[in-house]
Design a protein around this ligand. Sequence first.
Ligand SMILES: [Ca+2]
Ligand SMILES: [Ca+2]
Ligand SMILES: [Ca+2]
Ligand SMILES: [Ca+2]
Length: 347
Amino acid sequence: MKLSKDRARRYRSTVTTGLAFAGIALCSWLSGRAFAYPENAGWPVNWVLGGASPLVADLDGDGFEEIVAGGASPQGEVMVYNHDGSHVASAPWTFPKDVQGHVGGGDLNNDGQIEAVFAEYEQGAFGRIHAVDIDGRELPGWPATFGQPVLVTAAITIFDFDGDGRLETLYTTAWIWGYNASGLTLLDDQGAPLPGWPVEIDETVESGFAIADLDLDGDMEIVTAGYVGAGQGEASIFAFNHDGTPFAAEPRLATLDAGVVGTPVSLANLDGGPEPEIVACDWAGHIHVFDNQGGAVNGWPPVANFGYVDAMPVALRSAPNEVSALWCNTNPSYVLLYHADGTLDSH
Ligand SMILES: [Ca+2]
Ligand SMILES: [Ca+2]
Ligand SMILES: [Ca+2]
Ligand SMILES: [Ca+2]
């Protein structure tokens, strides 16, 4: 099975989230580096995760991947493990408050080494986004502070959104428990919000981001999903240009009949046209496919619904820019293969 690089990264991120509580040692497998006996000496390690999925990346460029895991016991801590289960000299990095959410990574200062980017948060008080190098040093300008009682809810996403060769950091904050509003913020490499950001939307965003050039004009767009209340009613797909303006006439590109929470929004070229389509799996088990104007693609969601899709479907490609099928698993346990037109493979 051959996945696009973007899809493979997103799939790995989804799997990592699901397995975070099962133990850090699993990250060695997820990184693509097989730690078979006796190479797995030094593992497993014990670490209290604060609900955060680890980052697996070669931070210092020595050819071996490190594992960066946030935690919250008793204060905020971030541990950085070497591939052999030992930890780097600077770790653990300690902070006054909880470190929550997925740890992102990118070479923000262009020195050849990847910095870890993560959120520190105190309920009802404040939050900060840190950018820390492998020696435990915060980059100049960081941390970025958001002085609201909010929580970072979606994976921190690092990407060169405007194509200037410098990385930006995208994250989502949401009011806690019951108040339906979220803010999306794009920070520059000095930790400052870019012009046009943050943007606020009237739904809770807990889905991850999909980044793609939806209209093939050379500029990247940002797609995510939100929901209202308990997630079983109003829910939407939102799309923005990288300058914070809505991609379409308004931020809400499409509506759903249930929220998208446990899985990220994704993209796949299912209809054979040049533009990518948006794929979103909601709480009701429906797999939605929209075109770049928010129109539902014929056949989606499939009539055959087998329950909650608990991991992002995997796109199977038949040609370099064409997806022939979506493979997914559901809860209760089914493994399904949908053709690009939404029909179920019966074999
Ligand atoms: Ca390394
Ligand atoms: Ca760097
Ligand atoms: Ca940039
Ligand atoms: Ca575009």
